[in-house]
Design a protein around this ligand. Structure first.
Ligand code: ME8
Length: 657
């Protein structure tokens, strides 16, 4: 049974259409911090994430990669899980929309809604954006393009089933009015309510017949389920809803918080509550809508290829650096620009200077002034009372802040305490106390107060950082029972007597200029030459060369580039992206398939001199053996692919060098 102590939090399920970016890590890390915090605070937590695997976009990307959609999503899901593992994401279940229990639930829901008259057959004519899997009206377009991603839309006309959202207009309006915290932040709630709910909710087209990579409707197998209905139901299927094994559903539904990005808030704030109402299920307590992390003014997005690769960031700076940076940005109601400078400076100033220095100064002093043993406190002057008061308030403050997922403010609270402890060192000057034998009691008190403050701050930091807290506890010799929220309810004066170990610094100081150069160089983040510690000293020419990710001339010369003349080109049945080209390369002729059908008609290609990568191993595409690759330039912004050709008329078979 759901109780007040059972907490269910979700992230969006990410499209399995390509790589995850720092932007995707944002919602996942925030939700993970909430999950960890609530567990530490004695709650039973269910934290769910997963992958959204159906739809036209995924089947097209799979085809471009020469794979079946299932093969493609299987591979992508492994990559997702690898990132979540590296980032220390403690999800309780990862749901895939291709999982049998999910597919069965989607079918059951469609069947029920069809039978109860909430789904009916009609015809849809509209402008469809494939990457966003969304229909738009003419007036919603911006310069004739998708208002969300700026790409061209396609005119689509098809028979389809509609979901009767309009019938629930009044229900949703009343619900929003009676539940002011259903959607946060307030600005987003007002935007959704005034612009999308109040003007009238239209029925939604919830099936497709133009592609088949989706869940077939039980009452008409020509149709597959609309990806958004399919995707939203993950929040129920992940709990086993609708199966015999539905204990998690009983214990955790309704959801406490769905963390979503602002671009998908509409789906969660309109379709999702109505869908649940149709199913006669309680609604989630809250939808928390975040803004975007932007890079040079754009949402960091894989479809625009400008994302930073989280794996490389983690490999170089550690998971804690990325988690801390994202946590500090907080529930960003507005878009927040990502800059390498801000990332590096945050690590240096907060983790290295404030936290790292507090820990290393305290350990060094305990080692030097008290034979590595945490001393017993003997006094309490006003500065100790101040520190103690801050320590006594911090847990309650954090619990209050986390009721509304105010993670950035929690980070701020913890680091204010850490800075207060650093100031306490400057104020009490233990190095002077150590020289005066009459001040021994004060010296011991200072060392103790520092250790206890570090213990309290570190206990809270366990929600945010995954490696550093354990290292700090180990250095101070604090056992498990001194790492719990229960143990930091009150500042204690009894935790003395353990031996400390100085060990390594927690965070190496980063060379700002060098790291910014590393991060801002294109493709640098793909370079897995890992941890920054290895590079902090060296500054020689060879190392500089490495940071630009050069390849050797020998490596380049392994790629055999030749000119080729296209002597025939034709479409491939059933593959709307691919063209099968016959290319003359000197005396040889090769078959080369290219995903350029959207940009070239076969007849336009005949006679063109193109650049062929001629020593790639043959591979099968749609049953045809493709024996090389034609080089193209891709402008992802304008959605143009342009074949590389030559400036002067040369023969086929010439070396490109
Ligand atoms: O939308 N900053 O999947 P998705 C902040 N499958 N958030 C960002 C971001 C950025 N730069 N880039 C992406 C989908 N996101 C659907 C969800 S849920 C039932 C189905 C966020 O992989 C984005 O706002 O395109 C969204 O919340 C999430 O990542 C998933 O994006």
């Amino acid at each position: 049974m759901k109780t007040d102590k059972n907490y269910y939090i979700t992230t969006p399920i990410y499209y399995a259409s390509g790589k995850l970016t720092v932007g995707h890590c944002y919602s996942t890390v925030l939700a993970d911090i909430c999950a960890r915090f609530y567990r530490l605070n004695g709650y039973n937590v269910f934290y769910a994430t997963g992958s959204d695997e159906h739809g036209l976009k995924i089947s097209r990307v799979a085809e471009q990669n020469g794979m079946s959609p299932q093969q493609f999503v299987d591979k992508t899901v492994l990559e997702f899980k690898e990132i979540w593992k590296k980032l220390g994401i403690t999800y309780d279940k990862f749901i895939r929309t291709t999982d049998v229990e999910h597919v069965e639930l989607v079918k059951k829901v469609y069947d029920k809604l069809f039978k109860q008259g909430d789904i009916y057959l009609g015809e849809y004519k509209g402008l469809y954006c494939v990457p966003c899997e969304t229909f738009f009206t003419e007036s919603q377009l911006v310069d004739g393009k998708c208002p969300d991603c700026g790409r061209p839309v396609e005119l689509t006309k098809e028979e389809c089933y509609f979901l009767k959202l309009s019938k629930y207009q009044k229900f949703l309006e009343d619900y929003f009015e009676q539940h002011p915290n259903f959607l946060v932040p307030e600005t987003r709630k007002n935007e959704i309510f005034n612009n999308f709910i109040k003007p009238g909710i239209s029925d939604l087209c919830v099936s497709r017949t133009t592609f088949d990579w989706g869940i077939r409707l039980p009452f008409n197998n020509k149709h597959v389920a609309y990806v958004w209905i399919d995707a939203l139901l993950n929040y129920l299927s992940v709990l086993g809803y609708g199966t015999e094994n539905d204990k998690n559903y009983k214990d955790f539904w309704p959801c406490n918080v769905h963390v979503v990005g602002r671009d998908i808030t509409r789906f969660h704030a309109i379709i999702w509550p109505i869908l649940l109402k149709m199913l006669d299920l309680p609604l989630p307590a809250q939808i928390h809508s975040t803004g975007f992390i932007t890079l040079k003014g754009d949402k960091i997005s894989k479809s625009k290829s400008n994302g930073f690769d989280p794996i490389s960031l983690i490999d170089r700076y550690g998971a804690d650096a990325l988690r801390y940076y994202l946590a500090k940005l907080g529930p960003l109601y507005n878009d927040i620009p990502y800059t390498s400078e801000q990332f590096i400076n945050t690590i240096n100033s907060d983790l290295c200077n404030d936290l790292g220095n507090l820990v290393s100064r305290t350990l060094a002093m305990i080692t030097q002034y008290n034979n590595s043993i945490i001393p017993e406190p003997k006094l309490r002057d006003s500065e100790e009372t101040d520190l103690e008061t801050s320590c006594n308030q911090i847990l309650d403050n954090c619990i209050t802040l986390m009721k509304n997922q105010n993670i950035d403010q929690m980070v701020n609270k913890i680091f204010t305490l850490i800075r207060q402890a650093n100031k306490y060192i400057d104020l009490t000057e233990p190095w002077k106390l150590s020289k005066d034998s009459n001040k021994k009691d004060k010296l011991h008190t200072v060392l103790y107060y520092l250790s206890e403050t570090i213990r309290i701050a570190t206990t809270l930091l366990q929600a945010i950082l995954i490696e550093v807290p354990a290292k700090i506890f180990k250095k101070f010799g604090y056992e498990k029972e001194l790492q719990t929220f229960e143990s930091i309810k009150k500042f204690s004066t009894n935790n003395y007597g353990q031996k400390v170990e100085k060990g390594d610094n927690l965070f190496p100081r980063l060379d700002v200029e060098k790291e910014i150069a590393y991060l801002d160089t294109p493709n640098q983040t793909e370079n897995k030459e890992t941890k920054v510690e290895k590079n902090t000293q060296a500054n020689n020419a060879e190392e500089k060369a490495n940071t630009i990710n050069y390849i050797s001339i020998e490596d380049f010369s392994k790629v055999k580039l030749l000119t080729g003349k296209i002597i025939n080109s034709e479409r491939i049945e059933g593959a709307d992206k691919l063209l099968k080209n016959t290319v003359e390369i000197g005396k040889e002729t090769k078959t080369i398939c290219s995903g350029i059908a959207k940009w070239y008609k076969p007849e336009e290609l005949i006679g063109k001199i193109v650049i062929v990568v001629s020593n790639l191993p043959p591979r099968k595409l749609r049953g045809i053996e493709s024996q090389g690759m034609l080089l193209c330039a891709e402008d992802t912004e304008k959605d143009i692919i342009s074949l590389l050709t030559v400036d002067k008329l040369v023969s086929s078979g010439c070396e490109v060098c």
